[in-house]
Ligand binder design. Structure first.
Ligand code: SAM
Length: 252
C-alpha cells in the first residue's frame, strides 16, 4: 500500500495493536485454546474488537452508545466476523449487569477511563471480568501530551492550566474530562489486582507533526510509524505521549 493510501488511523492504533496481538498470542499459548474470550469495554465501533475477532477470538463489546453498537455490527459483518462479535449495551460502571465475572481471557479498556465518573471502579470491574492470569489492555489519555500540544499551539495559559488541574484539563472547552500520568494508570491497575507488564507511550509525535508532511513526503508515514514504535517503550517519552497504554496480567 502506498504512503498516500495507508490509513492515518494506523498512527493511532499501531503501537497498541502490536502489544495487544503479542499479549493475545501469549494467552493462546498459556491456555492451550486457539479462540480466546475477549471483552472490549467501551469498544465503540470496533477499532480493536473487529481486528481481534479476525484473529479468531470471540469478542464481546460493551458500550453505552446504540449508534456505536450499530456501526460495530455493520463493520463486523463486512469483515466476515459477525459470528464472533457480540455487541451489548452497557456501562463499565455496571459491567456485571451485562457480562459475567471471571469470564474473559483478555479485557480491553481503550479510551474509556477518561469519560467515566469513577476510573478506579471502572478498572476494578475490567479486572474482575478477567480469569486468573488474564490480560488487561488499558489505554488512557496522557496528561503530558496535552500540555505539550497546547503549548506548541501557542496556548500557554491552557498548557499550564492542564498541568495544575486535578483532572488534567486545559479549560472549560476541553473535550476530554480527565487525563492520566503513567504513574496514575499503573497505580489504578496495580490496586485492582494486576501485575503491570509494560507501559507504552502512544502518539508521541503523530499529533504534533503537520499532516501535510506525513501525507505527501514519500516514506514519511512509514518512518513516523517506526519512530513511534521505537520511542513507545522508553519511559522518557511517556511524559509527552498523547495516550498511555498499560498492559498487565491479573494476579492468579
Ligand atoms: C474514544 S471512544 C474509544 C472506542 C474504542 N475503545 C477505541 O479504542 O477505538 C470511547 C468509547 O467509550 C464509550 N464509553 C463512554 N462512557 C462509557 C462508560 N461509562 N462505559 C463504557 N463505555 C463508555 C463511548 O461510547 C465510546 O464508544
Amino acid at each position: 500500500m502506498s504512503d498516500q493510501l495507508r490509513p492515518r488511523a494506523s498512527l493511532r492504533t499501531a503501537v497498541v495493536w502490536e502489544v495487544l496481538k503479542d499479549a493475545l498470542e501469549r494467552r493462546v499459548k498459556a491456555t492451550g485454546r486457539e479462540a480466546l474470550d475477549v471483552l472490549d469495554t467501551g469498544g465503540g465501533t470496533g477499532n480493536f474488537a473487529v481486528p481481534v475477532a479476525r484473529l479468531g477470538h470471540r469478542v464481546t463489546v460493551v458500550d453505552p452508545s446504540p449508534n456505536a453498537l450499530f456501526a460495530l455490527e455493520r463493520r463486523a459483518d463486512e469483515a466476515g466476523v459477525a459470528d464472533r462479535v457480540r455487541g451489548v449495551q452497557g456501562d463499565i460502571l455496571g459491567l456485571f449487569d451485562v457480562v459475567e465475572r471471571n469470564g474473559y481471557d483478555a479485557v480491553l479498556c481503550h479510551g474509556v477511563l477518561e469519560y467515566v465518573d469513577d476510573p478506579a471502579e471502572g478498572v476494578r470491574n475490567a479486572v474482575d471480568a478477567l480469569r486468573p492470569s488474564g490480560a488487561l489492555s488499558l489505554l488512557g489519555a496522557g496528561l503530558g501530551g496535552a500540555v505539550l500540544a497546547r503549548a506548541l499551539a501557542g496556548h500557554f495559559t491552557e498548557a499550564r492550566q492542564a498541568l495544575t488541574d486535578p483532572d488534567g484539563r486545559w479549560g472549560a472547552g476541553d473535550p476530554v474530562p480527565r487525563r492520566f500520568t503513567a504513574g496514575q494508570l499503573s497505580a489504578l491497575v496495580t490496586d485492582a489486582g494486576v501485575e503491570v507488564g509494560a507501559v507504552h507511550g502512544v502518539r508521541v509525535f503523530a499529533d504534533l507533526v503537520p499532516g501535510v508532511l506525513v501525507d505527501t513526503e514519500p516514506g514519511a508515514m512509514d518512518e513516523l510509524l517506526r519512530l513511534e514504535a521505537a520511542v513507545a517503550e522508553l519511559p522518557a517519552f511517556h511524559s509527552v505521549a498523547t495516550q498511555l497504554h498499560v498492559l498487565g496480567e491479573k494476579r492468579a
